[in-house]
Write a protein that binds this ligand. Structure first.
Ligand SMILES: Cc1cc2nc3c(=O)[nH]c(=O)nc-3n(C[C@H](O)[C@H](O)[C@H](O)COP(=O)(O)OP(=O)(O)OC[C@H]3O[C@@H](n4cnc5c(N)ncnc54)[C@H](O)[C@@H]3O)c2cc1C
Length: 408
């Protein structure tokens, strides 16, 4: 066994969190992270970086819970700054959606997730930009937060390096090498061969480009995620709450005196991953709507009743990037059945910052052969069997999953 026999492809938040979790198990000196651009330069640095607990699926709540534990360790034990702002998350709904919100609050409470009902004046004090008549019920999750995604990803990475992992930049993986049912390492585009008995594909939205050639299509596609940041205004307190509006699948959070918000598109733009450049700067998902203005106009019709100032405020920033969506909304985490030593961690469905700690832990457990802390079967990379991940119908099914996703 060579010293660096665990290769992680991708230095985004998944690859970094996996390296961290392996380091915490004493395997740091075996880990080499391969990154062709800069760490966290892919989807990670573009995230709105809400980290929220409430989910219908208990496995996803367990992954998110693990991120909260990881953040506490990074901040407490390692003194890492991650830009965490624990402002809490308000879920606001009209009476027509009240039963659904009550059911979710009860469901989350049964998993130990703290929340409280707040009256309208308190909700408006936490989010003065909300129209009072737009909601009737408000639940508040006080522990929810947002972070700086670049800092959190860098904190996982930096501490993994302290625990012995190595980072190799300018390392563009061309293929994952295998022999007789097991992986043997990777080949870089410059011809370098790196032998290894374990290869972890954490290449984000590019993961299929390495997986399809092995006959292991991953059920995911790059779908446009996007949000806008308004100009600053006094109605946006810096310590205001995150607001989730499930009825219209929209979210918002404070951003230094302004408001950052996203609203789910009816038909999200999706691309064939083979068309995605390795450097995302300036990449246009949809030439008919390069700056997302059409989507914003479409979303404004539903958002303005909650957020009337939307009609008069200027927009200071538009941020977009690819998230990897899967048709069933589940992540893709697990071991290959065909090739011993091959693991994959991707399919974030727009919530990879929230799930990063759990993804790191689960992959580390699978690599080490430990009992998994969540049932890994739901994340099985091979759950769709053999199919064409580049077929237009399949790409559209991934975009539809984003359109259906609830906020947060
Ligand atoms: C606009 C937007 C808003 C978002 N908001 C949120 C949010 O509020 N909350 C939340 O939890 N999540 C959010 N997300 C999702 C989150 O950003 C992603 O889930 C997460 O960053 C995925 O991390 P990753 O490591 O899988 O991918 P990436 O960060 O893309 O990392 C993959 C890395 O692999 C490298 N790589 C790829 N191929 C190769 C190769 N062949 N050789 C070497 N290196 C390679 C890339 O260069 C890249 O650095 C948002 C995403 C976007 C785009």
């Amino acid at each position: 066994m060579t010293q660096r026999d665990v290769l992680i492809i991708g230095g985004g938040i998944f690859g970094s969190a996996i390296a961290w979790a392996l380091g915490r198990r004493g395997l740091g000196k075996r880990v080499l992270i391969l990154e062709r651009e800069q760490p966290a330069s892919g989807a990670t640095s573009r995230a709105a970086a809400l980290v929220t607990m409430a989910r219908d699926d208990p496995s996803l709540m367990a992954l998110a819970g693990e991120t909260f534990r990881a953040m506490a360790v990074l901040e407490g034990e390692y003194g890492e700054g991650i830009g965490r702002r624990t402002v809490g998350a308000l879920h606001v709904v009209p009476t027509s959606d009240g039963d659904a919100l009550k059911a979710r609050v009860q469901h989350c409470a049964s998993y130990g997730i703290a929340s409280q009902w707040v009256d309208k004046p308190e909700a408006l004090a936490r989010a003065p930009w909300l129209a009072p008549q737009s909601f009737d019920l408000a639940a508040f999750y006080p522990d929810d937060c947002f972070v700086d995604p670049y800092l959190l990803s860098s904190a996982y990475l930096r501490t993994a390096l302290q625990m012995g992992a190595q980072l190799r930049l300018d390392s563009n993986v061309l293929t994952i090498m295998r022999h007789a049912g097991g992986v043997t390492g990777v080949k870089l585009t410059d011809g370098t061969l790196l032998p290894a008995s374990i290869v972890i594909n954490a290449a984000g939205t590019w993961a299929n480009l390495l997986s399809v050639g092995l006959g292991l299509p991953l059920p995911m596609a790059p779908v446009r995620s996007q949000y806008w940041i308004t100009e600053p205004a006094p109605i946006f307190p810096r310590d205001g709450a995150i607001v989730l509006m499930p009825e219209i699948r929209a979210y918002a959070r404070p951003e230094v005196g302004a408001l950052l918000f996203g609203v789910r598109e009816q038909q999200p733009a999706v691309v064939d991953p083979r068309q995605l450049p390795r450097d995302l700067a300036g990449f246009v998902f949809d030439s008919d709507d390069a700056d997302g203005w059409k989507n914003l106009a479409e979303g404004a019709a539903t958002l303005a009743p909650y957020f009337p100032a939307l009609n008069t405020l200027g927009m200071a920033h538009y941020i977009t990037g690819p998230s990897t969506y899967t048709p069933d909304g589940q992540l893709i985490i697990g071991a290959s059945r065909a090739f011993a030593g091959l693991f994959v961690a991707t399919g974030c469905n727009g919530s990879g910052i929230t799930f990063s700690g759990g993804v790191g832990r689960l992959v580390a457990e699978l690599v080490c052969g430990e009992p998994a802390f969540v049932t890994p079967e739901v994340f099985d990379p091979e759950r769709y069997g053999d199919f064409d991940p580049y077929a237009m119908a399949f790409l559209k099914s991934c975009a539809a999953a984003r359109a259906q996703k609830s906020a947060g």
